[in-house]
Write a protein that binds this ligand. Structure first.
Ligand code: ATP
Length: 370
């Protein structure tokens, strides 16, 4: 049983603030993914958890223990790295057992039994007597996972473990990690820059930027209810369209369209008219709409008159959909439409939208208005 708490955790390297005071609780048995762009501080956060870096300030707790300054070997966590970190001159079996033998905490029989169990779980029995040079990338990463599993740690800490694998193998290993987690139920913190990996693996996902946490939520909640523009643009591919608008009397206005905004209710259900500007207020905002939440009006008659006219710039067939790059006034945006829709550059299209799937962001702070 392991819950991990990060309290106001901070790490500075000279004048670089890598982790800027983060608070986070990782629940017992949870698969938590930390995702963010390069340099956002996710690896440093994981290394702080492992004890490979010392925090500049703040606290790391594991259950009731304060481990902020505890040596890595006394934290009982197992790290899995992108480059596998296997010893090239040792067989798979020796790579798996090396840490256990040197710790001296297990008898030879116990070690043999654990290796056998892990090998069965990961389907690597036939790799145990081979050296890493005779293994594929995926096989090496399985041995590295085996090394983590045999120690029966309180938590797995994984730093981009699938990045060196080709796309097909990555998808296969993703499914295997999910299965492994369902079987072992060990608290896992997994770092990646790949938002698809984060969404498919994480029970909860932490989005980081500039050393700070931008949002922590389930994958679906991050997608449907991004709390700020950063999360809205980072999660989802193709990315959410962002269009500068002026909000006047509850309507998002741009040269070429007027989109009435739905009432933004407050938490107790009373209308919060000031948010959408119903009070006659006029202010700038950024309208966010996912490409799949724009439709060709002819394909979506149920959306009624919620339409405006745009011009097709180019189309990109993606196989399972057609990505239409279009423009209205000086705004450019994308629509993900049904595949095989016959359209050409310069065509005028009626664009429909679902009023319930619109997002509005503050142009200064990026915070979601609703
Ligand atoms: P990536 O996906 O590229 O690995 P990341 O989100 O994991 O990025 P970190 O490796 O945590 O980012 O780095 C966060 C910031 O801290 C970066 O600006 C990085 O240059 C800096 N940094 C990390 N480690 C060190 C170090 N040992 N010395 C100096 N600066 C460092």
């Amino acid at each position: 049983m392991t819950t991990i708490q990060l309290q106001n955790l901070r790490k500075e390297f000279d004048d670089v603030v890598a982790v800027d005071g983060i608070d986070l609780t990782i629940e017992d048995g949870e698969f938590l993914v930390i995702v963010g762009p390069s340099g956002c501080g996710k690896s440093t956060t994981l290394r702080l958890l492992a004890g490979l870096e010392q925090a500049t300030a703040g606290r790391i707790g594991m259950d009731d223990r304060d481990v902020t300054s505890t040596e890595p070997k006394n934290r009982n966590v197992a790290m899995v790295f992108q480059n596998y970190a296997l010893y090239p001159h040792m067989t798979g079996r020796r790579n798996i057992t090396f840490g256990m033998k040197s710790a001296g905490a297990f008898t030879d029989d116990e070690i043999d039994q654990r290796v056998e169990d892990a090998a069965e779980t990961l389907d690597i029995t036939e790799l145990l007597e081979r050296k890493p040079e005779a293994m594929s990338g995926g096989e090496r990463q399985r041995i590295a996972l085996g090394r983590a599993i045999v120690r029966d740690p309180d938590a797995f800490l994984m730093d981009e473990p699938l990045s060196n694998l080709d796309a097909k193998l990555r998808i296969q290993m993703r499914a295997e990690l999910t299965r492994l987690h369902a079987e072992l139920q060990t608290t896992t913190v997994y770092v990646t820059h790949d938002q698809t990996e984060a969404m498919t693996l994480g029970e909860r996902v932490v989005v980081m930027n500039d050393g700070q946490i931008m949002q922590v939520d389930s994958p679906q909640a991050l997608y449907d209810f991004p709390e700020n523009r950063f999360v809205a643009e980072f999660i989802g591919d193709p990315a959410m369209n962002m269009i500068d608008v002026t909000v006047e009397d509850g309507t998002a206005v741009h040269d070429g369209f007027e989109i009435p905004l739905p009432d933004a209710g407050t938490e107790d259900g009373t209308p919060e008219t000031a948010v959408a500007g119903r009070s006659g207020d006029r202010h700038d905002a950024v309208l966010g709409v996912r490409p799949e939440d724009f439709y060709l009006a002819q394909e979506s008659p149920d959306l009624g008159n919620a339409t405006f006219t745009a011009t097709v710039d180019v189309t990109e067939p993606l196989g399972d959909s057609l990505l239409i790059h279009c423009s209205v006034g000086d705004a450019v945006f994308k629509i993900q439409a049904e595949p095989r829709t016959a359209l050409q550059s310069g065509d005028e299209i009626a664009v429909a939208y679902d009023p319930e799937r619109l997002h509005l962001f503050d142009p200064e702070t990026g915070e979601a208005r609703y």
